[in-house]
Design a protein around this ligand. Structure first.
Ligand code: 2AM
Length: 168
């Protein structure tokens, strides 16, 4: 199973981000992430055993926090437009760090790339002018999820496998 850990936005936030992405898509000739698929990845595992991944995640004691989504950027090298915080919330960095450490201790080989908090909103963006302002939105993070990714020519479908609560 192709697996990753992520945080998911509340429906109203996903709706606002999805609407923004569809507006940009019309101008950029790209593919907007469907609302239900909008997320922020904490750790990507690739092909892995879900039981082992979940038992590693159960050792992580993360804090609930707010995720400000304040800026949108175009990454030419990956042809994506993403949104995310201007500064990484400390609790999110701690959560991602603790999760990655647990996974590595359990024998998972993760990419060594630095964790950059980003929510991919558009793919296949070949050119991108100035991006419109993002809507005002709130994203309280009260849990993280282990998710299965099923890829097809139409794009990826994500299925939550297990949820892990964060604490106040
Ligand atoms: P992306 O949005 O920047 O593409 C599911 O594929 C999620 O895992 C996506 O959010 C994706 O990030 C992330 N991810 C991280 N590393 C990946 C990799 N090597 N292959 C596919 N997805 C990866």
């Amino acid at each position: 199973m192709r697996l990753f850990f992520a945080v998911w936005p509340p429906p109203a936030t996903a709706h606002a981000l999805g609407k923004w992405a569809r507006e940009v898509q019309a101008a950029a000739g790209s593919r907007a992430t469907p609302e239900a698929a909008i997320h922020l990845t904490l750790a990507f595992l690739g092909e892995a055993d879900p039981g082992r991944a979940a038992s590693a995640a159960r050792h992580v004691a993360g804090r609930a926090h707010a995720l400000p989504v304040e800026q949108a950027q175009y990454w030419k090298h990956r042809r994506i437009v993403w949104a995310g915080p201007r500064e990484m919330p400390a609790a999110l960095a701690t959560l991602a760090g603790a999760l990655r450490r647990e996974l590595e201790d359990c024998g998972f080989a993760l990419e060594k790339r630095e964790f950059l908090a980003h929510v991919t909103l558009l793919r296949n963006v070949r050119e991108c002018g100035a991006l419109p302002a993002l809507p005002q939105l709130g994203w309280p993070v009260g849990e993280f999820l282990l998710v299965r990714s099923r890829t097809s020519p139409q794009g990826s479908r994500y299925e939550p496998i297990e949820r892990f609560a964060l604490f106040a």
